[in-house]
Design a protein around this ligand. Structure first.
Ligand code: GLA
Length: 737
């Protein structure tokens, strides 16, 4: 609970107030109810109320989603719109494609007799605690949908999903299936935020007005993708800022092809429908079978985008991550990739490990190149045994050496992939995703194993299990450097093949889940050519994510800025790498690189063999300082004080501990111009009456001499960093006395 109190206080809310009704009776922090008279379901949690009802036609219709209402507030039964094609104008909770629906449906089904009309009416419901289950049925046949709703007591974030069950006597083809629809009241003033990107340029925040028609955010790649994050936020109007105004937001927990459709209809009603991507979708549901959709999470903030991030981060730490509700802070890791690429050897890794340990690194990760015949990216994937030339006695001597240095050991794997030049492919050429008789497109010289196939899953699980059983490995970096092409699955009947979009992901999740069950102490990173597989689904099974292969510390400011709109900084891995940076040849100082990376979970990817004595002297206290501030950075409340977007010359973030007693402020200058001083920074979220001492990190210098003052002083007087030259950075810690 302590974690959330500060977030609530900072947002001007009071969770305590919500536990006492105006009449003085205790009200649970979260609850669900059904009003028999109005036919309205209601979920209350955090500062949010969500309501929907059964309208006169028996259709489930959205009623309200916004700030928490008083317990005695009555919501009226929804009426439907009463126009010619009324079904189209009704803000449905889960629209079947039928009855004249022209808007984006949640569910589209083809029956073997040719019928494609589906109209879902309420049948029954169950309520348990703060969760509701509502069952719908087609008006004529036994196609059932059970909608699941629950609301989080602390953040008011809702979880929604659907189970589609075919109780007819024949298979039904599911052509489109969403987790649900979020409906917003009619307005022409909404604007959408979303995250777009590409390899090396992930999570760029975009903004656009919501206008008549649809905006589609999606992945058709079989995995989450770099191009868009399965996340949205809708600002109520132009007055919404980082700090104020109502914002609805949501994120889909799915690591396969997905789609979010943000649609404004002719009545200016807006809905966001999200789930499996209907493109090339076709899930044949046998009689008696059920298809479960991904979970679609959604919330509302009253205090701008900053509160969106607070709520999401708190929710992810408490409910999503595998170690929730108390995920341990991320260790400082070293990764060999940028230093050695494929050229790993036992001695070479040991030499890097010695140096990494000397500056306080806690985890040493050997990246690609350690196995089979892997000398470059043309061979070896699929054959997961240590290269006998590079590791004549296996991995044990290296791992022992690393343990002897006081670090734990991590290893890179790319389990879903296979090179054409590998024993695995020679033995099982049909284990890859392909169509018989068609070209097999390679990407990075590799194919994708079909994780929908039980024998492939069994193979992947067994080699990973063996690797973890035979070696003392604390961490896996699970990479995936390509996406689907020719998405065939010839081993099953043609009408079953499109199940690959669901079964592949379930197979991938299943292996991760079982691996974690067998090796509960092992931590895992989700990597996919950088940040190509980041979503709330994979975050339930992995402890951190690789944010981007682009490790340039300046580019990272905006990548990391965008990332934090949707995901907690705890999982956002950020490495200090060499200068000039390999990605764009930009040169920056070591302390600038550190401070940029210290905004997330710190790692190092530098070639320590190239470091001077001075570099070690610079790095050691920075790593020590990071260890002090990491609980705040990783699990505190983030304030994006000055955005790095839109070619901003200056940016700043602040993280405040959940109890408000500690804070860290980062400031970055792109290029000094005409000797203008850096803008004064005004921290937020401090306790106004408490005295804080300001301690510089990495020798930051300031205007003025005051080093001890009240929270009110720091928040209103501000901090004037002295930043000079290009790519200058500074950071301070504020500690309550
Ligand atoms: C991907 C990852 C990198 C590195 C390489 C290794 O590109 O994102 O961090 O692990 O693969 O081949």
């Amino acid at each position: 609970m302590a974690r959330f109190k500060n977030a609530a206080r900072l947002c001007g809310l009071s969770l305590i107030a919500f536990s006492v009704a105006s009449a003085g009776a205790a009200v649970p922090a979260a609850q669900a109810s059904f009003n028999e008279a109005s036919h309205v379901f209601r979920l209350d949690g955090g500062n949010v109320t969500y309501a929907f009802g059964v309208n006169a036609q028996g259709i489930l219709e959205s009623v309200y989603w916004g700030a928490r209402l008083a317990p005695e507030d009555q919501l009226e039964r929804p009426k439907g719109k009463g126009r010619a094609f009324e079904i189209d104008d009704t803000p449905q909770e889960f629209a079947g494609w039928g009855g004249g629906l022209l808007a984006e449906p949640s569910l589209k089904v083809s029956f073997p007799d040719g019928n494609r009309d589906l109209v879902l009416h309420y049948v029954s419901h169950e309520i348990e605690g703060a969760a509701i289950k509502v069952t719908l049925r087609d008006i004529e046949r036994d196609l059932f949908v059970t909608l699941h709703y629950s609301i989080d007591a602390e953040t008011g974030i809702l979880a929604r999903s659907a189970e589609i069950t075919n109780k007819t006597k024949a298979p039904a083809l599911i052509e489109q299936a969403a987790a649900g629809e979020w409906n917003l009241p009619p307005s022409s003033e909404y604007s959408l935020r979303y995250l777009s990107g590409r390899w090396g340029g992930e999570t760029q925040l975009q903004s656009k007005a919501i206008e008549p028609g649809a905006t589609v955010l999606e992945s058709r790649r079989g995995t989450t993708g770099h191009e868009f994050a399965p996340w949205f936020a809708v600002a109520q109007n132009a007055a919404v800022t980082e700090w104020d105004g109502q914002v609805w937001f949501g994120a889909l927990a799915w690591s396969g092809s997905w789609r979010l459709t943000v649609e404004q209809d002719a009545l200016q009603q807006v809905k966001i429908v999200g789930g499996f991507n209907p493109f090339d979708f076709g899930y044949s549901l046998a009689p008696g079978a059920t298809l479960s959709t991904p979970v679609f999470y959604g919330g509302v903030a009253q205090h701008g985008f900053s509160e969106v991030s607070h709520l999401e981060s708190n929710f992810q730490l408490a409910h999503i991550l595998p170690q929730a509700p108390h995920p341990r802070v991320r260790p400082v890791l070293y990764n060999s990739w940028e230093a050695t690429a494929f050229n790993v050897t036992e001695q070479g890794q040991e030499a890097l490990a010695d140096k990494a340990a000397s500056i306080g690194v806690e985890r040493f990760v050997m990246d690609d190149g350690w196995f089979s015949t892997r000398k470059d990216d043309h061979a070896g994937l699929g054959d997961w045994y240590p290269d006998p030339g590079k590791f004549p006695h296996g991995l044990k001597p290296l791992i022992d050496h690393i343990h002897g240095l006081g670090m734990d050991f991590g290893l890179w794997v790319e389990p879903e992939m296979v090179n054409e030049n590998s024993d695995l492919y020679r033995k099982h050429p049909d284990w890859i995703i392909h169509f018989d008789g068609r070209p097999r497109t390679q990407a990075r010289s590799q194919f994708m194993l079909n994780m929908a196939m039980p024998e492939v899953r069994a193979y992947v699980l067994s080699f990973l299990d063996k690797l973890l059983s035979e070696n003392d490995i604390a961490f896996l970096k699970w990479d995936a450097n390509r996406v689907f092409a020719e998405p065939g699955w010839p081993q099953v009947a043609p009408d079953q093949q499109k199940k690959i979009y669901v079964d592949y992901v379930e197979g991938y999740y299943g292996v991760l889940r079982e691996l974690r069950r067998r090796h509960p102490k092992v931590e895992i990173e989700s990597c996919s050519g950088g940040g190509g597989r980041v979503d709330l689904g994979v975050m339930k099974l992995t402890d951190e994510v690789w944010t981007s292969d682009n490790t340039d510390p300046f580019d990272r400011l905006s990548i990391q800025d965008g990332f934090t709109y949707a995901y907690t900084p705890q999982v956002m891995m950020a490495w200090v790498t060499d200068s000039p940076n390999w990605y764009n040849r930009r040169s920056t100082s070591l302390s600038y690189r550190f401070l940029s990376a210290m905004q997330g979970s710190l790692g190092l990817g530098v070639d320590l063999n190239k470091w001077t004595e001075d570099d070690f002297v610079t790095a050691k206290p920075l790593i020590a300082a990071y260890k002090q501030i990491r609980p705040i950075v990783q699990q505190g409340v983030l304030y994006r004080l000055v955005s790095p977007r839109n070619s901003s010359n200056f940016s700043s973030t602040e993280s405040v501990s959940q109890d408000g007693k500690g804070a860290v402020v980062f400031a970055f200058l792109h290029a000094e111009q005409m000797q203008y001083p850096a803008p004064t920074i005004y921290p937020r979220g401090l306790l106004p009456d408490v005295v804080y001492t300001l301690e510089p990190i990495a020798g930051a210098t300031f205007e003025g001499t005051q080093r001890s003052a009240s929270g009110a002083f720091w928040m209103h007087h501000g901090i004037g960093f002295k930043l000079e030259g290009d790519y200058a950075a500074a950071a301070v810690v504020l500690k309550a006395q």
